[in-house]
Design a protein. Sequence first.
Length: 256
Amino acid sequence: MSHPLDGPRAKVERANHHIRDLVTAVGEFRRVNPDVFIHEHDAKSKEWVIRANIRRQPNSRVSTALGDAVHNLRSALDILACQFVETAGNPVTKHTGFPIGDGSGKYETYARRKVKGARKEAVQFVLGAEAYPGGNDFLVALNEVDILDKHRLLLTVVSASHGLIATTDGIRHQFLPFPDNIAISLEHGEEVMRLAEKPYAIIFDPKKNVQLVAEIAFGDTEIVMGNPIVPFLLQMSQWIGEYIERAAPLFELSHD
């Protein structure tokens, strides 16, 4: 016998499948680009120059897997909302769905309209997600990225949130912030930043094996701009999966 949560659960599992594909694609990017950033010494200016060393940009597999994972996670929430309405004995309409606000209006009014026909306990459960800017920003970001992906493949940039992590022989040594704390899209050979010679001499000691570590990150959406894509998706998948399971008792109420 089927359960009302079978659909949402299946969507989360499908998202996890795409996330695994994404992890593989990111691993391939790292294999092809073992040193995404390189450093060189400018004796004239007495600075260390950090340049991009990208032999191959992230391929379309990264963007496709990212978009598919995001869409399945978003769909899991919409299906959950539809099940709330359907199990309450009311018709699902084209307006039914999981409400995620954009900050442009009153969220509660909008949310109640999206799950019209659901039992009051289910409505309160949905409102409790606080899916609006300043509430659950992760859900807002998920929605924004999903809408964006419907129009074009998600573009990614090479970044490390807001800087680079300098490691010496594999051990984290120091965080090097980007100028103005922004994520950047990089081309091979592009200058990323300059650092004063003396303060960073210990990091760039030629006798040490220094690597500048970065990640593939979001590049198209302000809310998560520069955030590494894999940790974001893993966190969203876990949150949505747990949220769906917390909804299980509400469907038992609908049969009372």
